[in-house]
Design a protein around this ligand. Structure first.
Ligand code: ZN
Ligand code: ZN
Length: 419
């Protein structure tokens, strides 16, 4: 008698892949329309079900959804997005640090936000400007160190480093154009929140002067390009104090992702971040390179988490037809993983971190489909990987925080409760 027991797992999370029926697709969901063969093949041998990333009806952010599917209750452990962005950008955060996501943006003379992306500024210009902001000295808050790092296009991260700061401060970014950029305010009545808001406002003032005088902006002015003349921070966050996943389950874990926030959440949970050339977190990402990296990584790691962002990008663009194409592309790249990985010892999960209906263009609180392949798993009659087929699978309906223990159980990594 041969007993198969999985010792490894590959998890594929396609961001916002889950959808609703779309009128543009003859009332099919993009997954139904795409008929992704390798996803279907896995689903037909998987425990399938639906998953509520956070809770039924609650539209998740990508950050809280990822915390949940890594097994952490987001209502207990979420400490703001900024920290994940900073970790994902490769900054070693310290426990007292407060981190922000930032845009390099264009404002008019009276402070009205004209362009939140500074005319889709190039990586090169944004990088040079960001370097000039890293380490700038503040006067009113001279005890606070400033770290600034460019990530991609107009985006960057800001870290304020000092004891006695707080993440409970409001955004400087008004999140829209045509209005003045905001002054950060303390959101709780504490000296730490007051100091943080004041420091953030001082950083914005000081950085405006640095940006305005910078050669890159002088050149942009001469060429008629929009100036990157302000930094708009948002999403204050601190390092979450959570038990690392490798310690919790005794596994070696790695993540392959393009976007900083996904790398960041996984890093906070103790994953090694594997950098893959061509993994951009956009529609033009090199899927084959990511899947190849996953095949290699699973030789050295017990758990490999692969995140693909493009499904969410086209959903926010309200393009269901393009979403079908993107799903087909991911499916094709993933077929290499299915054919090359040893399925006698490897679990395989395919899911999504939330639903982003491509005719709505925003995250919604619908559950997501989940297929969990494991040697010996009690699979049923599901033949397709989509939102409707998976609903009749043997896994039923689970919560996001149950996802990781469900996989780890197949790896024999969940300690018995009781005796
Ligand atoms: Zn997401
Ligand atoms: Zn999204």
């Amino acid at each position: 008698m041969q007993v198969y027991m999985a010792s490894k797992a590959i998890v594929l999370v396609c961001d916002g892949m889950s959808d609703r029926r779309c009128s543009a697709l003859g009332w099919l969901t993009p997954l139904q329309a795409a008929k992704p063969k390798s996803f279907d093949w896995i689903a037909s041998r998987s425990e399938c079900g639906l998953m509520d990333p956070i809770s039924p009806g609650v539209p998740p952010g990508s950050d809280t959804a990822h915390l949940a599917i890594l097994g952490y209750d987001p209502y207990k452990h979420y400490t703001g997005r900024g920290a994940f962005e900073a970790l994902g950008a490769g900054i070693e955060l310290e426990p007292n640090d407060v981190a922000f996501r930032c845009n390099l943006a264009t404002i008019s003379e009276d402070g009205t936000v004209v362009d939140r992306r500074a005319g889709r500024i190039s990586n090169e210009d944004a990088e040079t400007l960001s370097e000039s902001l890293n380490g700038i000295r503040l006067v009113r808050n001279s005890d606070v160190s400033v770290l600034f790092k460019h990530t991609v296009e107009h985006r960057g991260v800001l870290v304020l480093r000092c004891e006695g700061l707080s993440r409970f401060v409001s955004d400087v970014d008004p999140h829209k154009i045509g209005v003045r950029f905001l002054h950060s305010r303390p959101l709780v009545d504490s000296p730490a929140a007051k100091k943080t808001a004041d420091t953030l406002n001082e950083f914005v003032e000081v950085s405006r002067k640095v940006l305005l005088q910078h050669g890159v902006n002088k050149r942009r002015a001469k060429n008629g390009q929009p100036l990157a003349n302000v930094v708009l921070p948002r999403g204050a966050g601190t390092l979450p104090m959570i038990e690392k996943l490798p310690a919790k389950f005794g596994v070696r874990a790695a993540v392959i992702a393009g976007g900083a926030v996904y790398k960041g959440v996984c890093k906070a949970a103790g994953f090694d971040v594997l950098e893959v050339k061509g993994a951009t977190g956009t529609v033009d990402t090199d899927l084959d390179a990511k899947m190849r990296a996953a095949i290699n990584a699973v030789k050295a790691y017990d758990l490999v988490f692969v995140h693909v962002k493009s499904t969410d990008v086209v959903s926010h663009d309200k393009n269901p037809v393009k979403k079908v194409e993107v799903i087909s592309r991911i499916n094709k790249a993933f077929s290499t993983v299915v054919s090359e990985v040893d399925l006698a010892e490897t679990c395989m999960a395919i899911t999504s971190d939330h639903t982003t209906p491509s005719e709505v263009g925003e995250h919604t609180g619908d559950p997501v489909p989940l297929a969990l392949y494991a040697p010996g798993a009690r699979y049923g009659n599901v033949e397709r990987f989509d939102e409707i087929s998976c609903a009749s699978g043997t896994l039923g309906r689970i919560r996001g925080i149950d996802f990781m223990p469900t996989i780890m159980n197949y790896l024999g990594r969940v300690p018995m409760y009781g005796e």
